[in-house]
Design a protein around this ligand. Sequence first.
Ligand code: MSP
Length: 642
Amino acid sequence: MERPTFYITTPIYYPSDNLHIGHTYCTVAADAMARFKRNTGFDVMFLTGTDEHGQKIEKKASDAGMTPKEYVDMIVGNIKELWKLMNISNDDFIRTTDERHEKAVQKIFQKLYDKGDIYKGEYEGWYCTPCESFWLDRQLVDGKCPDCGRPVQRAKEESYFFRLSKYAPRLIELIQNNPEFIQPVSRANEMLQNFLLPGLEDLAVSRTSFKWGIPVPFDDKHVIYVWVDALSNYITALGYTSDNDELYRKYWPADIHLVGKEIIRFHTIIWPAMLMALDLPLPKQVYGHGWVIMDGGKMSKSKGNVVDPVRLAARYGVDALRYFLLRDMPLGQDSQFSNEILINRINSDLANNLGNLMSRSIAMNMKYFDGIVGRSGAYVPEEDDPILEKARELPSQIEELMDGMRLADALAKIFEYANALNKYIDVTAPWILAKDEDKKDRLKEVMYNLLEGLRIIGVAINPFLPETSEKMRQQLNVSEDHFDWASILSYGNLPEGTELVKGDPLFPRIDVEKELKELETLSAEVQGPKKAPVKDEITYDEFMKMDLRAAKVVNAETVKKSDKLLKLTVDMGDETRTIVSGIRSKYSAEEMIGKTIVIVANLKPVKLMGIESQGMILAVGDEEVKGLLTIDGEFEPGDMVH
Ligand code: MSP
């Protein structure tokens, strides 16, 4: 009989040499899902990959003195290593620089053009000449180029456009009639209200301002821009348009595109519209997950936490990290990361609950029955029923939760059972039973329930924690066919006579305080020096061109409509000057009056909020003012500072 298929994808990642646990999260979640489906009998295709074209990469490569291809090759190698380390079981890895992808994307572009869904037009945006980049309004930072901070000009560029607007009515219908299409449901509403119902504009899908992309097949002045290139990966990897499209025919449409919430829009508007234009079936579901956040922000390395998955995995083990990501992150929501949360999870769930259950149960069976599994049938309903019922219900509960992509809840259920087994030890008190020869049978049955429970847990956690599952299988010493999903659908498949093998604890307990201290040192090392690098060298003569003077603030007032600026009047001996300074976040006007400060006296005056500033005061701090330079000793305003 043919097995049902299941096709799941992650987004393809931008090649970046600092993938953090946020990126790892999406891939680990997709992996757990893929493993679960494989275990439960599906023929699975699990795809991930890298999104390698575009101007940013072109620039990074040239900054590094490499060709874009050399640059991406270097980084993609690391990404593949990371997925290997995290035990990601992807069936394929697509790179947008693969020939198979590039060829197919050109064919897709051509098809859309031939159909009249791509046409030539003009793209208008903000252009930064030195960076040769186009930016959108919302990408500018303070109206300037987000990359170099220089001014930008309004400019036009010839571009091909995809007729996205044409598909708006069908997209609205799709989303309204298929509540399953966008998950969680709240996101569907967001797409309708914020994007579809207000109306869609056609989408610029080519660029002439950079070269690092797939050339438009009929106009090689243009490269295909971002989304047509990137989104197509989900079908090009399956051989769509190639001589061998067997996989495409087998697996498409995808069952789930798992994506981060900020790219749901591309996957639920642009992607289905492209597929509609190509007359192809649509994916069954786009699942938008939340972000791993830290201190309220999306994720960054600079906040004193270690977020590098390689380091975290080396420290706590891959499964501990996988556990945290899957257990602490209900898929639809954002979730907080800190090393402390991670360590506490490891201790409470993995070490104290599961790890302890495993080592206690095996140690007791070693002690009382020389490690041989036996069963007596000495059943005590009020003690046994609750855990037997849990064991019987567990597989179908997990299946249901996984079908709804509720990975965290599925894991929680498994650990609830582990917890119940720990309590069962307390209630049955095997060490007391062991003292009484008459209770030997009961002891044997209690031990069986514990060990069979561990076998069930070992199978159930396999998609989430594959290494731990394997360790459990080895310590329980059962063959793989007594350790598959089917073997937990009925109770009692741990064979009598099995000889347990004592192993290391599954998860050693971590000393929280000691660990947090060590991490602090470690993260300081990871981040390296925190100070701004020293600027380019200047000569003595160049330095001496700067005229620094002692000055005394004689008056200070706030500048209207600005919460940063103070207008200072400073005495410089022979003259008084007006200086406008952005120090208000640190100093009030009153505080400044009477202060002795150092100013740059020969700086070309500039107008700030309509007031001419005749010099600059010296302050400490980079973006934020931390303090002012004041003078020690006897001096008069206007004295030179050397
Ligand atoms: N290349 C595009 C996707 C194209 S798919 C056709 C892209 N790449 S990305 O590298 O920036 O992001 C890849 C995925 O990582 C996204 O789904 C994004 O949401 C996810 N994450 C990045 N930071 C994250 C967190 N801090 N937390 C969770 N996921 C995060 O977008």
